[in-house]
Design a protein around this ligand. Structure first.
Ligand code: GCB
Ligand code: CA
Length: 784
């Protein structure tokens, strides 16, 4: 949390001093106190309120009162959601209703001179906040921060906060529906901010209180512009300075501006500064160099408030023909999508899990992340600045809208909050405000088409007013309705979510669709904002097909899409759907309630496809034997198995045991496949690749089992092209037509039947794939 000095600094100072000799201690203590008094204590402090809450998953009429018996409530810490378990059970739906949270504030010093704010990073989706039985405020929308000034509600001694959160469906609040779970609760961090009565605004849409831009970067000079609002909530006229200081990454001062201001009590005032940094180092994905700008309020030499923000000097452009460029150099956006969702946590991810997700994305070699389908945790934006990940952020207006003034108001407010809260992050390059907004327009509601276009115009205008420096975007699903209605003419950049070869027939239609769009609208910058296919690590096939959820089909799909993306220079970029498997309660499929299109599972176990991208994108050597998803291969007789290696090296040699299976040259596909004769039992594979004097090695083991009619056991995944490994490690073989000396289905009309997503959730089992396929029209099933 670089934004504010916290109480921790004071503690550190005192602790260090305690280590000194007793004689000097007193003096040092005095000096320290003076230092603290003049430099640290008076400035803003930010204290976590994550611990020690009581929680009830129900409504309760008097729970906002100061005196209330919550002894029987559950003790919890934030971040918290009440939907960790119920989206995953066999019953339909999950709890959508009210929940209550209560706790006391820590003891408050300087109650008479300070201003106190409650700062919520997010609560899904309507929150009402009570302090000592009085309503402090309410907030609508599950994905942005909000802050209330609670000073006037506080008293010496005990202070009780109570929060009612409600995640019920509400037709006036986006999102109405979506392919993700609307987990309820206070699922992000909560803070108590204590500021002096003269301070940068905290309650302006929970923004940072200052706005930073880098309007001009040319010929060895970088301009930093900052403006912001100072609030005087004291009782007297104040005369003070606002100091803006830019420092480099070694804390050296590179620019400074000071204004002197006078402010009446109970009023606020704007300030704005602009300064130049000589020969600024630029920020880019490869070199995310950050400066810091500190804005300080100083009165008679005393620091009253300070907010620190990152500054990154970069400029960028989208072009319909040439694609994306940053700092004057062409660079394709190579990225992925990310939901705030993790196995066992729902949406209540601690910051370290958020940050690790961004590190995994960076480590794969991506330079771009789309935060789908809503603004995400501040820790995410900080991580993207630091790691060099370009960000598309968007509001949760998904699938369709409600044609009401309240829905429009909430949508506008969501755009405003998103932009005000995150516009200081150099990583953010695009503001999105809708996703597939014509996907689920209810039948008979054709008024929604023009109403959506009108709403989009408003949202686009607000995004531009709030931030003239960034382009806007919308993600469309693969349908011409967006062009016909004129929605496609509104944002600066168009995103297409495309699933040819998944939801529709063949992967080759993907490139055709893009070429058609580009041909008709050559000026529009295009991003493939989503593309993906399911993969369940338990399912394998040597004849993969659409909807089978095999790892092999996912690999085929991505390898094809990637080649098609790379060959289209007009594209600005692309983003995979999705980086991590995530919860989606209504889905059946082979793992019910899960969207399985991830590069990683929802526990962050990589699938082999992750290494395909890594070998495509990383500049450092990558060698990966793609058998991690299938460590046990069981085959009906065939011991020759195709084993692939993903690598960015020019040549790779594969070994079985110690024996070489030969070298292969790797081209742009960055993939080589060997037919390997596996022996029953454990097979050790090693792949070696060299570049210059650097040797890169990957090793993996595969257990092989040949099954025949004479085996002790034959298990068949009836009607499926895929083998399935159940939780006991038993492999159910892919089904086959009968042949003499073997087994299979008999009959000329016999055919394998696959259900298509969303499949039924098969109750009472984790082995859903065994029950989702069948054979129809057979005359018998025969085992010799
Ligand atoms: C989409 C949606 C996304 C879904 C995805 C899918 O187009 O934008 O929210 O999760 O497709 O997997 O179907
Ligand atoms: Ca957080």
């Amino acid at each position: 949390k670089p934004a504010f000095p916290t109480c921790e600094c004071n503690k550190m100072l005192l602790m260090k001093n305690n280590l000194r000799k007793p004689r000097t201690r007193r003096l040092l203590f005095g000096v320290t106190l003076l230092l603290i008094f003049t430099a640290i204590v008076p400035a803003r402090t930010k204290t976590s309120l994550n611990d020690g809450w009581k929680f009830l998953r129900a409504d309760s009429p008097n729970a906002g009162e100061i005196v209330f018996d919550d002894a029987a409530w559950k003790a919890i810490n934030l971040p918290h959601t009440w939907n960790v378990e119920d989206p995953w059970d066999d019953g339909p739906g999950y709890y959508r209703g009210a929940g209550w949270y209560r706790r006391e504030l820590p003891p408050l010093a300087s109650l008479s001179t300070k201003r106190f704010f409650l700062f919520f990073e997010g609560a899904n989706q309507v929150a009402e906040v009570y302090v000592n039985g009085h309503k402090a405020g309410s907030h609508t929308g599950g994905y942005s921060a909000f802050a209330f000034d609670i000073t006037n509600l506080l008293k010496p001694g005990r202070n009780v906060i109570a929060v009612r959160v409600d995640n019920s469906f509400n037709e006036d609040i986006p999102p109405l529906t979506g392919d993700f779970n609307f987990y309820g609760g206070i699922y992000r961090d909560v803070w108590l901010i204590a500021a002096e009565d003269l301070h940068f605004t905290v309650t302006d849409h929970a923004s940072a209180g200052v706005r930073i831009t880098t309007p001009d970067i040319a010929r060895g000079i970088g301009t930093v512009a900052v403006d912001g609002t100072v609030v005087n909530s004291g009782k007297s006229v104040r005369t003070f300075e606002v100091v803006s200081t830019v420092t480099d990454d070694r804390k050296r001062k590179v620019a400074e501006k000071i204004s002197r201001l006078t402010l009446e009590p109970g009023r606020e005032t704007k300030f704005s500064h602009s300064g130049n940094v000589k020969t600024p180092r630029l920020w880019s994905p490869d070199s995310p160099y950050l400066y810091t700008i500190r804005n300080t309020i100083r009165e008679n030499g005393r620091t009253l408030d300070e907010v620190a923000q990152p500054v990154g000097f970069r400029w960028y452009a989208f072009d319909g023909e040439k694609g994306f460029s940053i700092n004057g150099k062409p660079e394709k956006l190579r990225g992925t999508n990310r939901h705030q969702d993790h196995a066992g946590l729902g949406n209540a991810l601690p910051d370290r899990v958020h940050v690790r997700d961004m590190e995994l994305i960076k480590d794969a070699g991506f330079n771009f992340v789309r935060l789908a389908h809503y603004p995400q945790d501040p820790a995410i934006l900080d991580a993207c600045d630091r790691l060099g990940l370009l960000v598309w952020e968007e509001t949760p207006i998904v699938n369709y809208i409600t044609n009401s003034a309240a829905f429009a108001e909430n949508s506008k407010n969501m755009v405003r909050e998103m932009v005000r809260q995150h516009r200081n992050h150099p990583s953010v390059i695009l503001w999105g405000y809708m996703n597939e907004i014509f996907l689920r327009v209810p039948k008979g509601q054709d008024d929604l088409y023009p109403a959506t276009v009108e709403l989009a115009r408003h949202l686009n205008t607000i995004a531009k007013e709030e931030d003239p420096t960034r382009p806007t975007t919308i993600a469309f699903h693969g349908n011409d309705v967006y062009n016909k209605t004129g929605l496609g003419d509104i944002p600066d950049v168009i995103g297409w979510n495309l699933y040819q070869g998944w939801y529709s027939a063949t992967v080759a239609d993907f490139g055709k669709f893009l070429d058609d769009q580009h041909g008709r609208f050559p000026k529009r910058p295009l991003i493939v904002s989503e593309y993906g296919a399911n993969a369940d690590q338990r399912l394998h096939s040597i004849e993969p097909r659409r909807f089978d959820s095999t790892i092999e089909y996912q690999r085929f799909f991505h390898e094809s899409y990637w080649a098609q993306i790379r060959s289209r220079a007009y594209l600005s970029g692309s983003a995979i759907w999705s980086e991590f498997d995530f919860g989606s309660e209504f889905r059946g499929e082979t793992i019910p309630h899960l969207n399985q299109k991830g590069m990683f599972t929802s526990r962050r176990v990589p699938k082999d496809i992750h290494y395909f991208y890594k070998s495509q994108l990383r500049k450092t050597p990558v060698v990966h034997i793609a058998v991690r998803d299938s460590p046990k291969i069981v085959s009906a007789g065939q011991n020759e198995q195709a084993i692939s290696v993903y690598s960015n090296l020019p040549e790779v040699e594969l070994f079985l045991g110690g024996r070489s299976l030969g070298k292969k040259s790797f081209d742009d596909a960055r993939k080589g496949t060997w037919m390997v004769g596996l022996k029953p039992g454990i097979n050790k594979l090693t792949a070696r690749g060299e570049k210059g004097r650097m040797l890169t090695v990957d090793s993996a083991s595969v257990t092989f089992e040949a099954r025949s009619i004479t085996s002790a056991e034959i298990a068949v995944n009836v009607g499926s092209n895929a083998s399935f490994m159940d939780k006991d490690g038993r492999v159910w073989l892919a089904d086959q037509p009968y042949s003499a000396g073997s087994w299979g289905y008999v009959g000329e009309k016999a055919k394998r039947i696959f259900s298509r997503p969303p499949d039924p959730n098969v109750l009472g089992t984790d082995s859903d794939p065994l029950f989702q396929t069948m054979v129809e029209g057979l005359s018998s099933y025969k085992l010799d």
